[in-house]
Design a binder for this molecule. Structure first.
Ligand code: SF4
Ligand code: SF4
Ligand code: F3S
Length: 265
């Protein structure tokens, strides 16, 4: 209670804002406790009351007052084509602002598949050259929290770990926190016994679908997707894509958007 709250600067590049939408629904811990008691969310385009010059001044103030002490959380990514002109933020290319704020951060969080991998705006042929943030920030630790969006409790869990222990969570080779990304959806999926028994859905409305059999033959990517959906689940632990009847499209994996997660009927 006596520890000063860690300043967090939350920036938005090319994105859809659903990472923020996910974050504000965290139930454990409640997002209000994270924002009002655990961290000092000093800048966030979406959640802050300040606007215009008043808001932009916070960035310089944070760099000067908390040099090396603030966390830079990034939702979305910078487009590099045309000298960054496809995403202008506060009057300058987002890529410039991103690098400038990263210079004095203690660590950077890449929220979601946009910041971590590029995501849909980097889909071929990627005309704006949307680029994952670790390709432009080279000298800071980056924690990748992929997913489109990531699970709310995974996002607040990462922040809780960092402010509680004062260090980064243990990361895998791709920079993801092991505590949430070390297992595949398939490893803990409740439909797994049907996979093992060779019981598969073959049409969306067949008898096997009604019985809740495995969705592997319908294109489920659970066997190759590392995320916590089958354990932590969504909406406070209520459900996740497979439980709602559709296979996993691998939204936390690099390149999922170009690998045919969508289909026509
Ligand atoms: Fe939206 Fe997905 Fe990007 Fe998050 S990762 S901002 S949910 S497109
Ligand atoms: Fe694996 Fe998907 Fe089948 Fe679940 S539904 S057991 S994740 S293939
Ligand atoms: Fe995404 Fe698959 Fe989870 S589509 S939300 S990683 S079940």
């Amino acid at each position: 209670e006596t520890k000063p709250r860690v300043p967090v600067i939350w920036m938005h590049g090319l994105e859809c804002t659903c990472c923020s939408e996910s974050f504000i629904r965290s139930a454990h811990p409640l997002v209000k406790d994270v924002v009002l008691s655990m961290i000092s969310l000093d800048y966030d385009d979406t959640l802050m009351a300040a606007a215009g010059h008043q808001a932009e001044e916070i960035l310089l103030e944070t760099k000067e007052k908390h040099k090396g002490g603030y966390i830079l959380a990034v939702e979305g990514n910078p487009p590099l084509a045309g000298d960054g002109m496809f995403c202008i933020d506060g009057g300058r290319p987002f890529v410039e602002k991103l690098k400038w704020m990263a210079e004095d951060a203690q660590a950077v969080i890449a929220w979601g598949s946009c910041a971590s991998w590029g995501c849909v705006q980097a889909a071929k042929p990627n005309p704006t050259q949307a680029t994952p943030i670790d390709k432009v920030i080279r000298d800071k630790p980056i924690i990748k929290v992929p997913g489109c969006p990531p699970i709310a409790e995974v996002m607040t869990g990462v922040i809780t770990y960092m402010v509680t222990f004062g260090r980064l969570p243990e990361l895998d080779r791709q920079g993801r926190p092991k505590m949430f990304y070390s297992q595949r959806i398939h490893d803990k999926c409740y439909r797994r016994p049907h996979f093992d028994a060779g019981q598969f859905v073959e049409e969306w409305d067949d008898e096997a679908a009604r019985k809740g059999y495995c969705l592997y033959k319908m294109g489920c990517r659970g066997p190759t997707t590392y995320n916590a959906c089958s354990t932590v689940r969504w909406n406070g632990g209520v459900s996740f894509p497979i439980q709602s009847g559709h296979g996993c499209i691998g939204c936390s994996e690099e390149g999922f958007w170009d690998n045919g997660p969508f289909y026509e009927r």
